[in-house]
Design a protein around this ligand. Structure first.
Ligand code: PCA
Length: 197
């Protein structure tokens, strides 16, 4: 049976919740087709670096579907993880790396090992806006995505890794002009992705 690891982040910056964890936390595995594990991750560069190899060894997942929150209006299916930490604001531990490589022995970038175009088509077919994004930024989300792909490469693991940025939830935006997406739509997204994996 396939084992899927779902990760979401804690709240950061001004937010009281993080849409990525709201989605992962709400997930209910109603089939016996696969096993699912949910993990809440800290928005901290160093903690994420320490956790990733441990998580991969402990859970030995076939697939990791990692989620983070962004301020956009669409689901952003990330294609690339960059070997770069460059934070404009401190992480939740107060750390602000500037222009730092994540791993000196790592590649400049790794690509998602999930079928990103098939995921996009499946989500758009449900009338939910989804784009392929060619940059996951240089903050903790990119850091997590990079660490996952780096360790799979380094340990020669067959684990498939994907990262998606989600819009904020309606309750997270104060101004109705700001983009958001209801949790129910995000749940459809997760359902559609799992169906094609
Ligand atoms: N979004 C941030 C970090 C945690 C999250 O949910 C990012 O895009 O890097």
């Amino acid at each position: 049976m396939k084992r899927i690891l779902l990760t979401g982040f804690e709240p950061f910056h001004e937010y009281k919740i993080n849409s990525s964890w709201s989605l992962v936390d709400s997930f209910k595995n109603t089939t016996s087709d696969f096993e699912s594990i949910k993990l809440l991750l800290p928005v901290e560069f160093k903690a994420v670096s320490n956790l990733v190899p441990e998580i991969l060894k402990q859970y030995n997942p076939d697939i990791v579907l990692a989620f983070g929150q962004c301020t956009g209006d669409s689901i952003r299916i990330e294609r690339v993880a960059l070997n770069l930490d460059d934070a404009r604001t401190a992480d939740n531990s107060g750390y602000t790396p500037i222009d730092e490589l994540i791993h000196v022995d790592g590649k400049n970038a790794y690509f998602s090992s999930l079928p990103i175009k098939a995921i996009q088509h499946a989500v758009v077919a449900k009338n939910i806006p989804a784009i392929i994004s060619n940059s996951a930024g240089t903050y903790v989300c990119n850091h997590l995505f990079y660490e996952l792909l780096y360790w799979c490469d380094k340990l020669s693991l067959p684990t498939k890794i994907g990262f998606l940025h989600l819009p904020r939830l309606p309750e997270q935006v104060t101004d109705t002009q700001q983009p958001s997406m209801p949790l129910q739509q995000m749940q459809i997204v997760l359902h559609e992705i799992i169906k094609i994996l």
